[in-house]
Write a protein that binds this ligand. Sequence first.
Ligand SMILES: Cc1cc2nc3c(=O)[nH]c(=O)nc-3n(C[C@H](O)[C@H](O)[C@H](O)COP(=O)(O)OP(=O)(O)OC[C@H]3O[C@@H](n4cnc5c(N)ncnc54)[C@H](O)[C@@H]3O)c2cc1C
Ligand code: FES
Length: 255
Amino acid sequence: MKKYITDFTIVGKQVFSETYFSLTLKHPDRLPEIAAGQFVEVEVPGNKQVMLRRPISIHDVDVENNTLSLLVQVVGKGTRTLSMMSVGDKLNLVYPLGHGFSIEGNKVLLVGGGAGIAPLLHLSKCFASKGIRPTVLLGGRTEAMIPVRKEFEPYGDTFFATEDGSLGEKGMVTQHSKFTTDYDHIYTCGPTPMMKAVARHAMANNIECEVSLENMMACGIGACLCCVVDSDEGHKCVCKEGPVFNINKLKNWTK
Ligand SMILES: Cc1cc2nc3c(=O)[nH]c(=O)nc-3n(C[C@H](O)[C@H](O)[C@H](O)COP(=O)(O)OP(=O)(O)OC[C@H]3O[C@@H](n4cnc5c(N)ncnc54)[C@H](O)[C@@H]3O)c2cc1C
Ligand code: FES
């Protein structure tokens, strides 16, 4: 799939909490096709300490308005600089990168944790466009760590798990009453321990499962090999051959 390096204009910004915000970015022309789970490499402007672009999942796509949106958690200098950008500012993106989720299955569970919620909105919409309404299970330490909620409701049956019980059921997503064996496919993105627990459940119950890995990245295009993961076919670049992988392909993921 062709990659583009393009300036986008920020046309919307939502601040959800001290740590989470979203940006809606408008392209001057028609957007290319973007698969759920693909990501962008964002150039962080005006901060000389941030040399490398930062990988961020494509959270939402609006083909009619030529916009895409990013949901970002502030964790360091790059994401903090992005959080200070305003409507009207320009951002340079390399996109769409990586391989996204397969849109397969009839009884589908999406499990997101923290910033891993980001790619699941576009994924929910892709399922909805095929007439499939997924169950969406979103988790975080507290309510504030699940910044996007009602956006999922038109596309999926949405449930929450928080460690402090401030939203939905108290506990981890893997302890939630909707985290059952009633699915033929599970798609997940979030902290690695969460995804590994989800993958173990899927493997034990013969459920197809895809995980979206968030390994540290530099080039984002398969050139520097800094993002590799061990697979049954040797090392794979998460940026180019992922970030989405079927768990059957990954080594040591369900142990
Ligand atoms: C394919 C992909 C998609 C991603 N999608 C999103 C998204 O939609 N929203 C979002 O908020 N974040 C996403 N991330 C994570 C995001 O890229 C990092 O949080 C960001 O690059 C950190 O940059 P920084 O300059 O703010 O932090 P830095 O100053 O570089 O680092 C601050 C801290 O964050 C840790 N960190 C840096 N990069 C990562 C990473 N990739 N994974 C885990 N910890 C990291 C560092 O170890 C350090 O502790 C994604 C990562 C990948 C690989
Ligand atoms: S980030 Fe350079 S090879 Fe993946």
